[in-house]
Design a protein around this ligand. Structure first.
Ligand SMILES: Cc1cc2nc3c(=O)[nH]c(=O)nc-3n(C[C@H](O)[C@H](O)[C@H](O)COP(=O)(O)OP(=O)(O)OC[C@H]3O[C@@H](n4cnc5c(N)ncnc54)[C@H](O)[C@@H]3O)c2cc1C
Length: 483
């Protein structure tokens, strides 16, 4: 077997050797995966055509610029973990984008449960009376969680530990494991909102654990000029190869070519013919696309990738009362209210003005669905009502709000792919990532460790670009990132 490839090395040094023959690669979607695959393949000497349904680059990297002055809001990705090697390479080394730390912990933020707000700095194990059983009473929620996770910590710290973890624990949901470890239901009532677990309880234990153990939220940064500067930075090399407003509807393939049919902005159907096609759109959207030549196992895998819901509700205020009155600089207030999480985003503020923006509600799954059926005005009114319970100043300083519901985005189909139990191992995941003849699949669902992060999309893009360039067929190279 060939040695696993190092994806960062490939991204840094480019695809090895000149292509013989030079091929035409059609890429569906100009999100970060499509752009990265396109850049690598073009720089290696191939011809690329990127078909993008929307009138902008970036997909789920989406910066809203309708606030006053220099303020902006990240509807999509906003936090870039420093441990994400490929993302860091692109931001800093390749494109030289300026960044600032995105703090997630601020002792002045609040925990708001059962109608009471307590500063994190004042939180103790006795702050809320939940009737915890004797063995858990007096212990902080983070300690309860850590001791429940101890067997996984012990395993992952051994050589090859992560792959063994996947093998041994893939059958568990997070809540199933907490139950197995006899964490009481009273402790779950506390852990759920406090540590943001409620929306994840029924999903894969291993996926949640990996993020928690790697402390992926521990050292983050944001791009000063907005996250959309990252996809825009690809424009210099790729803009002329991207067809915007081109909604792909079907792909056919034979032994030598692929034909990709798209509808342009006025509904005219057109076809682009190439040698290979990389599909980067979220799998949930492929139900509306005809792709010829896929086997039933591939379709099963495509149908069963689960995409979660999420929304953000931004609000602009006449002054940044969270800083002026409450000494909150960044971080998150967690609540059991409908808004769930309030994010005092350091990204998108305008230092030349007293005005400011916050994310008054950032919520996932069922918590997000509770807002999906509301009108825009109702969403804002409901969220403001909740916010005022924690921050009364919001009532007199509110200027306007705007929400974004990713489940209703017809070109995203949700926030992104979430693993459920039993989906990381077995043939199922192999089928998710498996190319079928001339059709390749590279999006943030096609990477086990980085799934639902930009890093996952980058890993998948580089891996597929390498495979196409190397002349592989119906297979992908092993990667060191999984070890
Ligand atoms: C609310 C939210 C917060 C997030 N926060 C973070 C974060 O802080 N850090 C992080 O690393 N990641 C974050 N993510 C995840 C990150 O945004 C994604 O993992 C990443 O952007 C996915 O890139 P992609 O290229 O795989 O897919 P996408 O960005 O979805 O790109 C797919 C592209 O395909 C296009 N398309 C769809 N259908 C068609 C069609 N029929 N024809 C042609 N084109 C089509 C779309 O318009 C889109 O441009 C967040 C995502 C969301 C939604």
């Amino acid at each position: 077997m060939d040695a696993p490839i190092d994806l960062l090395e490939v991204l840094r040094s480019g695809l090895p050797g000149r292509p013989e023959p030079r091929r035409h690669i059609v890429i569906v979607g100009a999100g970060i995966a499509g752009l990265t695959a396109g850049l690598l393949l073009k720089e290696a000497g191939h011809r690329v055509t990127i078909l993008e349904a929307q009138n902008r680059l970036g997909g789920r990297i989406f910066t809203y610029r309708g606030f006053a002055g220099q303020m902006y809001g990240e509807f999509g990705a906003m936090r870039f973990p420093r441990q994400h090697r490929l993302g860091q390479y692109l931001i800093h080394d390749r494109f030289g984008l300026k960044t600032t730390p995105f703090g997630m912990e601020d002792p002045d933020t609040f925990i708001h449960l059962q109608g009471r707000s307590i500063r994190r700095s004042e939180f103790t194990a006795a702050s809320f009376e939940l009737g915890l059983p004797a063995g858990e009473r007096g212990r902080l929620p983070a300690e309860i969680l850590r001791s429940a996770m101890q067997p996984l910590i012990d395993l992952v710290e051994q050589p090859g530990g992560w792959l063994r973890l996947v093998d041994e624990y893939d059958t568990f949901s997070l809540i199933g494991w907490l139950n197995h470890r006899r964490v009481s239901e009273q402790a779950l009532w506390l852990l759920g909102p406090l540590l943001n677990l409620e929306g994840r309880f029924h999903f894969s234990l291993v996926e949640w654990f990996t993020h928690w153990y790697d402390d992926v939220f521990g050292d983050l940064e944001f791009i000063d000029a907005g996250s959309d500067s990252l996809p825009k930075a690809f424009g210099a090399a790729l803009l002329d190869d991207i067809r915007l407003g081109a909604e792909v509807q079907g792909i056919v393939q034979d032994d030598r070519t692929v034909g990709v049919t798209f509808k342009d902005a006025v509904g005219t159907r057109q076809v682009v013919t190439g040698d290979e096609c990389i599909v980067t759109v979220p799998f949930v959207l492929l139900r509306h696309m005809e792709i010829a030549g896929l086997d039933p196992e591939k379709w099963f895998a495509i149908r069963n990738v689960y995409y979660g819901r999420a929304h953000k509700i931004f609000m602009q205020f006449s002054r940044r009362w969270w800083q002026e009155d409450e000494a909150i600089q960044h971080g998150v207030t967690v609540t059991d209210l409908a808004i769930r999480n309030v994010v005092y985003t350091p990204a998108g503020q305008d230092p030349s003005s007293r005005k400011g923006v916050i994310i008054a509600s950032y919520a996932w799954e069922q918590d997000s669905m509770a807002y999906s059926m509301l009108s825009e005005d109702q969403r804002i009114a409901q969220a403001l009502e909740d916010l005022i319970k924690i921050h009364p100043q919001a009532a007199t300083t509110f200027e306007f709000g705007i929400s974004y519901d990713w489940a209703l985005d017809r070109y995203a189909g949700g926030i992104g792919p979430l693993f459920r139990p039993m989906e990381m191992t077995s043939r199922y995941f192999d089928d998710v990532v498996r190319p079928v003849n001339r059709v390749w699949f590279a999006n943030d669902a096609c990477d086990r460790r980085g799934r639902r992060w930009i890093e996952g999309a980058l890993n998948a893009a580089v891996r597929n670009a390498w495979a196409i360039h190397s002349g592989m067929r119906n297979a992908l190279p092993e990667i060191v990132e999984e070890g």
